[in-house]
Design a protein around this ligand. Structure first.
Ligand code: SF4
Length: 220
């Protein structure tokens, strides 16, 4: 008998209900589904607990947890969610049920085959991330209406690098580009002043959740 999409499993680290801290959905009450495992090791990673911990859950079980919270916003994050071979099954099931889904990814894996209804928040890893080679250039072909590119800026050198990358690849012309100050490494005000002085076309993005919750809290 053919396996139902609802029976497919993903390795899940945690599911929690909180305020979205980033992207165009910032501020919305959102259910976060954090998958287990990441093949990268960014210097600023704040989810190292998701590298290995977690257990298998079926799409059905994940949906049951999400639907308890009665919000239309779901964020699939990690870890690296694209490492889950059944990520699209979950995404498609959520989109079919009317959820607004966003997927946060390291940018190192090809996103072109993900359900086009899901919004993609794609990192571009800077030199000081420790993973400067981690970018799949195919992702530059994603549709602009459903894609944002995000740079975590750790230093003045990272900012110069990000500006050059955006200009070389016409990112500002095609996409919403987010620059986020690496929390505790550079001051948000310094980055704000730099964006103004450089007349950059990137948007300053604060990680709102880090100003609301203590490091061991996720939400309510
Ligand atoms: S891609 Fe994300 S989860 Fe993976 S190491 Fe970097 S910050 Fe951590």
């Amino acid at each position: 008998m053919e396996q139902s999409r609802l029976d497919l499993t993903l390795k899940i680290n945690e599911i929690f209900y909180s305020i979205q801290g980033e992207s165009r959905f910032v501020g919305w009450p959102t259910v976060f589904v954090r998958t287990s495992g990441c093949h990268l090791r960014c210097t600023y990673c704040d989810t190292t607990y998701a590298y290995y911990e977690g257990g298998k859950k079926s799409v059905r079980e994940i949906l049951q947890e999400i639907e308890k919270h009665k919000t239309p916003y779901v964020c699939l994050t990690g870890g690296e969610p694209l490492l889950q071979k059944n990520l699209n099954a979950l995404t498609t099931e959520l989109c079919d049920r009317g959820f607004q889904v966003s997927i946060e990814t390291s940018g190192d894996l090809n996103c072109l085959d993900l359900d086009p209804r899901a919004f993609k928040v794609v990192d571009v890893k800077t030199p000081d991330s420790g993973e400067p080679e981690a970018f799949c250039r195919d992702n530059l072909d994603l549709p602009s209406e459903t894609t944002e590119f995000k740079f975590v800026i750790c230093s003045p050198g990272d900012l110069e690098w990000a500006e050059a990358f955006c200009q070389e690849n016409q990112l500002f012309e095609r996409f919403n580009v987010l620059y986020s100050p690496s929390f505790g490494k550079i001051e948000p005000r310094w980055l704000a002043e730099q964006l103004l002085n450089k007349k950059s076309r990137a948007r300053l993005q604060m990680q709102l959740h880090k100003y609301i919750w203590s490091p061991d809290q996720r939400g309510v």
